[in-house]
Design a protein around this ligand. Structure first.
Ligand code: SF4
Length: 211
């Protein structure tokens, strides 16, 4: 657990992503509330992206590097979307339900799911990011991110569909973590293909000059 990194600072209002990111980078709200986090916050590089990628929580590799989607799940995600690493980070502002590595699950399989209180504490950053970034596309990754953002309880029927959040298109993806057996079902693989097409279509509208 990382402690003693200074007091968490949260302004009542932010006027720039740079200022938000400075405070996010040293947030310890969950540690101060007694939760056993195993990294400092993982931040999105850059602030000029027009698409917002919203996952569950960083993994151990991301926690060490303090950069999102650096490990195997990130490589799988980029393969699904058919984008190279540079293109991926230039297109997506990467965020997640919680921003610090939560540690391994007590079962020993996969990572610990952040508690509802941790999710709530971290939603502060998401709300300000969406306010400041005003993305033209949101892609959720995994069931928790979808539930948290849109309140939709079940991931499977949503993959391959397009939703909206206050006028912004939202496309859900499953989680690319190796811990999920979701893709063992051929029907789910078809859902994923449809969802990846939707993301690419939306991206071509968001970044027309890159097509
Ligand atoms: S998970 Fe979010 S709210 Fe909790 S300490 Fe990390 S950045 Fe702060």
């Amino acid at each position: 657990m990382l402690e003693g990194f200074g007091l968490t600072a949260r302004k009542s209002s932010y006027r720039s992503l740079a200022s938000l990111q400075r405070d996010l980078a040293r947030c310890r709200a969950c540690v101060e509330a007694g939760y056993p986090l195993e990294s400092l916050p993982v931040r999105a590089p850059g602030a000029r992206q027009r698409a917002y990628l919203f996952g569950q929580a960083p993994g151990v590799v991301e926690g060490e590097e303090r950069l999102p989607w650096r490990g195997r799940a990130g490589r799988t995600l980029r393969r699904w979307l058919e984008v190279e690493e540079d293109e991926f980070y230039a297109a997506f502002y990467c965020a997640s339900v919680t921003r610090c590595y939560p540690g391994g699950a007590p079962t020993g399989r996969g990572d610990r799911t952040p508690t509802p209180r941790e999710q709530e504490l971290c939603s502060f950053w998401r709300e300000w990011e969406l306010e400041l970034l005003r993305p033209r596309l949101i892609v959720t990754v995994g069931g928790l991110a979808l539930r948290r953002l849109l309140g939709l309880p079940s991931l499977t029927p949503c993959v391959g569909e397009r939703f909206e959040l206050q006028g912004t298109p939202v496309v859900p993806l499953p989680h690319p973590s190796g811990a999920s057996g979701w893709l063992n079902d051929p029907a789910n693989r078809k859902r994923l293909e449809a969802a990846a097409v939707l993301v690419r279509e939306e991206l071509s509208g968001v970044y027309p000059q890159k097509q």
